[in-house]
Every structure is written in C-alpha cells, then in structure tokens.
Design a protein around this ligand. Structure first.
Ligand SMILES: O=P(O)(O)OC[C@H]1O[C@](O)(COP(=O)(O)O)[C@@H](O)[C@@H]1O
Ligand SMILES: [Mn+2]
Length: 690
C-alpha cells in the first residue's frame, strides 16, 4: 500500500497535497481493503478521537520494541494431571531460573529450591512455614522476607510487558496492592517508607498469606505468555478432565489435536465406535475415574451387561494393566473390569467393522478381522497369514454376521451414548478443544503438529482421496480439519454428520492418518494374538524422511514458513533417551517433544520426556524426571527438570516486532494511521462524548 509515501509527504502539508493525499487515501485504502471506510468507521468506535487513536499508535509502537513473550510447549500429557500441573507451575524450569538469577549470591541452593516450591505450591508451603515457625515474631519475619523476595521476582518477570498488560494479568484480590508494590522503587525518594509500610500493614492485618498466594499466582501467570499443547491430553493416565479444566482457565493456549484427543471428540459427538474405543482405552488401564467421577458418565449399564453376558466367559486376555502401584484393587474389582473390558472390546471390533465397510475410501479393509476367525482351528487370518488366537470365546459374535450388534449391545450403546452426549463437562471440554485447537499451527515461524504430514515411500507428500478430492500436504491437513469440525457441528442425522463422525475415528487410527501416522492399529492383535510379530504397527515413511533437514525445509515451505528460526515441533512418538535417542533431529529443524508424562511408557523411554521453552533469548529444551506426586515434590522441593539445554540461541534478543504478534500490531498501526487521516480529512468525525 502507498502508506509510506503518504506519510513522508504528509510532513510537508499544503492544500494541493491534501487533495492528492485524499485521492491516494480513497484509492488505495478503499480499493485494497474494500469497504475501507466502513471498516474505519467501526475502528472509530474503539478510538473515537485523534487523541485516542494517536495514543494507541504510540502504545503499539512501543510494544513492538519489548522482548518477545515466552512460549511454553508440552505434549503427550495422557491424563497425568499431577505431572502436568507441576510442569505448568514450574514453567519447565523458567521460574527456578529467575529465582537463581536474583538470589544465587545471597541464598543457598536449598533456600532457593524452597522459594521456588513456594511459588509452585503456595498453599501447602505456607502451611509448612506456619508449622515450622516457633513464634509469631519469627513467622512475621519470614512473611516479610518472603513478601519482599516475591515482589522482586514478580517485578523481574513483569519487566518485559507493558504496565497495562501486567495490570490486566493481576488477580482481582490484592491486584491493586501488587500493582503498587511492583511499581514502587524503594530506592526512590520518599518511597522507602511507603513501601515498607505496605509490607508491614499486610502482615499486621493478617493477610500476608493471601498476598503471598496472589504474588505466586501472578509470577506463574506472567512467566509464560503463551502455552502450546502438541496433542494427546487424553487416555492412559488418571484425570484428563482436570487437565482440561486447567487449560480452560489458562490465559493463552492453543492445542494441536492428538489422535487420542480426536477419539474423545468423536465420542462426545456421539460416534458409538469412538465411545467403545474410549471405554476400551480407559478400562485397559483400569482408569474409570475420568469417565465416572470426571465426566459423570455412569458405567453401570456396561457393568450390568458384562456381568450378565460374560458371566462364565474366559476373560484372561482382558485383564487390565495396573500402572499406579499406590492403588490396590480387590480381585472382584479386577474380575469385573476384565469382563467389562472384553464386552466393550468386542462391541468396538464390531462397530469398527461396520465403519470400515461403509467407508471404503478409508482403505482399511485389512482391519476386518472378526470375519477372518476360524473358530474350529482357533486361528485368525491377517494379511493372508494364519495366527493362533488366545481366545475364541465370543458369546455375542454371530459367525454369519460377525459385525452385527446384538439387541442388548445396541441398547447398551444407546445408554452409553446418551451418557457421553449428556455430560455437560465433557461437552464443555470438547467445545474448548474445537475453539482452541486444530490439526496444526504456524506460530512465530514454527510449525506444530502432533503426528505427521503423511508421506509416500519416496518422501513425496502422500495423496488421500477425500470426498472425491485428491489432497496432500497442507491441503490435506486443512481439509481433514474441516471434516473433523463437521463431525461436531453438522446437523444431527445428516450424511455430513455421519461422515464427520466416522472421519474423527479415521483420524484416531486410520491407515496413515496425519494424527496416527501408522499403517494399522493393532488393538485386536495385542489383545488376542500371542504372536508378537503380528502387533507391529509400521510407521509412515514420514518418520524416516523427516530426519533429513531438506525434507523438513520442504514441509515448512509447504506451510509458508522459512528461515533460520523455523522448526517443526512434533509430538506423538516417545523419545527413547535410554537408547541414546536425541529429541532434536534433522540438524535442528525437527524437535520431538513427546512429554513422556505417560507412566506406562517411562520404563522404555528412560526419562519422563521433554518440554520446550521459547523466550526472547532462544529455544531451550528441558528433560524431565518421572514425577512422584505432589507430596514428594513439596517435601523434597523437587523440580523434576533434570537438564535444560539451550538448543538454539538468538543472535540478539528477539523482540515482539519479529513475532506474529508484531506483524499484527504493525497492521493495526497502519489501520490506525488511516483512521487518523480519515479524521483529518473529515470523512469520519471525532466523537468526544464517549
Ligand atoms: O500402550 P497402549 O496404551 O496399550 O496403547 C498402544 C496403542 O497406542 C498407540 O500407540 C496410539 O497411542 P499414541 O498416540 O500415544 O502412540 C497405538 O499405536 C497402539 O496400538
Ligand atoms: Mn499420539
């Protein structure tokens, strides 16, 4: 746009020039923006005077020069709410870093760890301090020292934001006091007494604890500007619902859906296939709490059905996996869980078969296994090869119509479906996943996705035919996301809704789906075929090709990203650190940050996984030790951030101007300048009465 010329010339003024400016303004602005004037009129409602528009320009221009806000990346949380909250609290080591920065000379290592833990868990640590103090005086002194320290840390983390942004982030309670404390420099003339007086009054009127909590919350709120979740919030671990609640309360977050998340999205929208699979996954880990307590979905119908239909049936192949040794289950509990597990798994296999048969375009006919069972021989034929089965006692399977649900199974699924659809909490969480989530995200030069960009053997982008259209690369991701949305938002009972629901299941485990990235899901084999070679799930060629820098550059380019500071940030695949695997691949272009929160996988990975921090100094990768619970973390001041490596350092401190927000702010500044011109031209009148 001719904006630059316009403003340079503007300096000289003159009536002749005014008319030229007016022509340029009408031509360029109205033509380029279409309805430009109407847009400016709307903008004028927010900035009704020359003065307000000018102030905003100055404000935005100043923000461009501030350091870039910190981004925090987490992935593959898998229901481990305690570990997740812990890493969110300590911002992958970023809080400890600030404590060390300020106090490494004046406090011991242990004291600093104690202070950091207070910031993570203020309620618990305050109780501890209260109990430890021998007198009110000692406690008062502790409050005083702690309040001063927390204000210093808070001031440090607030220093890279505008005062207005900090003010908006302050908690309602005590926000005004914290604002005063943050902005009072005790070195300033006349202010020392004022400052110390605020602190002593806080202690005197017995609200030190509340102010400490408010300060700790403010530090945690300001330390990270934006959170990215690279998928797989759900399944395996105990309470994904608590994680979702926490994300909903977060000030700024985006989510790239993982295969486990879309499965839950499908279940919430009423796909019976997804519901059966969600239940199978949960019962596999004997984790019914998330369903019953978290989402208030009663499993009584399933328990009754399983007890009746699977009363005298062999369920030895369906014993649940117990990962958390702190919980003990009675043999009766375990027996019932195995029956429920078998009942729902068989329903799942039937419904999957129906879905595959009605969607030949998914090319998943090789997963139709219930009709490949030879009950006499006790075998199943998979890809033309016969395998012995460890169980053929399937009382509800009709050999002549193996994919048909029995009437009691239909009734059961209707009850369960109603439970999923009527769970207010689940529906709220899934809506949130739709509003904050997507299949991928381009953010400040990085490309984030959970699984893969499907590829052919030769490394070219794999083509999928979806609803008559051949799609690959970015177009595939965009289309797939649109269909995933259709599954939730299309009108019930329509073919669009049905296809959308089926497609959510396809995204979960479909052949080479961008979220799953494997040629098949071997749930059937893992449960029923003892021969382990049948369990192999072959990864999409992407996982081989993406190890090369040039391939990553090609992927980034496909998504419109290039340059030294662009990376792919991937989840989904646990990094086997124990076997010497490095999360940084393709000469630094690909970072795999499976958070490794999942306890079941920790013995294989060797550590609990990785998270990423991207601040104004560059990118830092943190590795984590397994989390042993909040109690242990508090008692031993555990950070669980074992090592933190700077993986890429910026040459100079990165400013907001260089970020996506910077681009947006520049566009806003430009619009506001046009608005100023419109005021000056008289096309829009100022309004001083607001
Ligand atoms: O180890 P589990 O919980 O039995 O799950 C195994 C299944 O999970 C999957 O790995 C998918 O989950 P991820 O997205 O976490 O990898 C399947 O490929 C596999 O069949
Ligand atoms: Mn995954």
């Amino acid at each position: 746009m001719g904006e630059k010329v316009l403003w340079e010339h503007g300096k000289s003024g003159g009536s002749k020039f005014i008319s030229r400016r007016r022509i340029v303004y009408l031509e360029t602005y109205a033509n380029e923006k279409g309805n430009g004037l109407r847009y400016l009129q709307m903008l004028a409602k927010q900035y009704p005077t020359v003065q307000s528009a000018s102030s905003e320009i100055i404000n935005l221009q100043a923000i461009l020069n501030l350091p870039k806000g910190t981004e925090h990346f987490m992935s593959d949380i898998h229901g481990e709410h305690e570990a997740f909250l812990h890493i969110l609290n300590n911002a992958s080591g970023a809080i400890k870093e600030k404590v060390d920065l300020l106090y490494s000379d004046s406090m011991t290592k242990g004291e600093r760890a104690d202070l950091a833990t207070l910031i993570y868990y203020p309620h618990e640590k305050l109780e501890e301090a209260e109990e430890a103090a021998v007198s009110a005086e000692e406690l008062g002194n502790w409050y005083k020292v702690t309040l001063n320290r927390l204000v210093d840390i808070c001031r440090l983390v607030a220093s890279k934001y505008t005062r207005s942004k900090v003010r908006k982030a302050l908690p309602q309670n005590y926000g005004y006091i914290i604002d005063e404390l943050l902005n009072t420099n005790i070195g300033m003339f006349n202010k020392k007494e004022y400052y110390t007086n605020i602190i002593s009054t806080i202690i005197h009127i017995e609200c030190a604890k509340d102010v400490i909590i408010a300060l700790c919350d403010t530090i945690k709120r300001l330390i990270v500007d934006h959170l990215h979740i690279v998928g797989d919030i759900f399944d395996r671990g105990p309470r994904a619902d608590i994680i979702m609640d926490c994300l909903m309360g977060h000030h700024s977050v985006d989510i790239q859906w993982g295969n486990h998340d879309v499965l839950w999205m499908g279940a919430a929208t009423g796909s019976r296939t997804c519901i059966a699979t969600v239940l199978n996954n949960s019962i596999t880990y004997n984790n019914l709490e998330v369903i019953e307590t978290g989402y208030g979905i009663s499993l009584r119908p399933l328990a009754l059905f399983a007890n009746e239909v699977y009363q005298n049936v062999d369920t030895s192949c369906f014993a649940t996996k117990i990962v958390n040794n702190n919980v003990t289950y009675s043999p009766k509990d375990l027996e019932l869980a195995a029956k429920m597990h078998k009942a729902i798994a068989i329903i799942q296999f039937k419904l999957e078969g129906q879905l595959i048969l009605r969607n030949p375009q998914f090319h998943m006919q090789d997963r139709l296994l219930l009709d490949k069972i030879d009950y006499k021989k006790g075998t199943v034929k998979i890809d033309g090869k016969e395998y012995p089965l460890s169980d053929t006692d399937f009382p509800t399977v009709d050999q002549n119509a193996p994919y048909l649900l029995r009437e009691d199974e239909v009734r059961l699924m209707e009850q369960l479906k109603a439970g999923f659809q009527r769970s207010e909490k689940l529906q709220k969480h899934i809506k949130f996943l739709y509003s904050k989530g997507g299949l991928y995200k381009c953010f400040n030069g990085n490309l984030l996705y959970h699984g893969c960009i499907p590829m052919e053997e030769d490394g070219s982008f794999a083509e999928f035919e979806l609803q008559g259209e051949k799609l690959s690369g970015k177009a595939l991701m965009d289309h797939a996301e649109a269909v995933a949305r259709q599954g939730y938002y299309a009108k019930g009972g329509t073919p669009e809704k049905q296809f959308g629901k089926d497609f959510l299941w396809f995204l979960w485990c479909g052949k080479n789906s961008p979220l799953f990235g494997r040629d098949k899901i071997a749930t059937f084999e893992r449960m029923l075929v003892p021969e382990e070679s049948a369990w192999t799930e072959t990864k999409n060629p992407y996982y081989r090709h993406a190890m090369k820098k040039e391939v990553c550059l090609r992927i980034l380019k496909e998504f419109g990203l290039e340059g030294q500071y662009s990376h792919i940030i991937n989840g989904h695949v646990p990094v086997k650190t124990k076997q010497g695997e490095n999360p940084v691949k393709a000469q630094g272009k690909l970072i795999v940050i499976d958070g490794g929160f999942c306890r079941a996988y920790q013995p294989t990975t060797g550590i609990a996984g990785y998270t990423l921090i991207y601040n104004s100094y560059g990118i830092r990768l943190s590795s984590h030790e397994p989390f042993d619970g909040v109690k242990d973390a508090i008692e031993h001041n555990k950070d669980i951030v074992s090592t933190s490596v700077v993986f890429e350092r910026a040459d100079t401190r990165i400013k907001v101007a260089e970020t996506d927000t910077g681009e947006l702010l520049r566009a806003n500044i430009e619009d506001l300048k046009w608005l100023l011109l419109a005021y000056k031209m008289g096309d829009i009148k100022e309004n001083h009465n607001v």
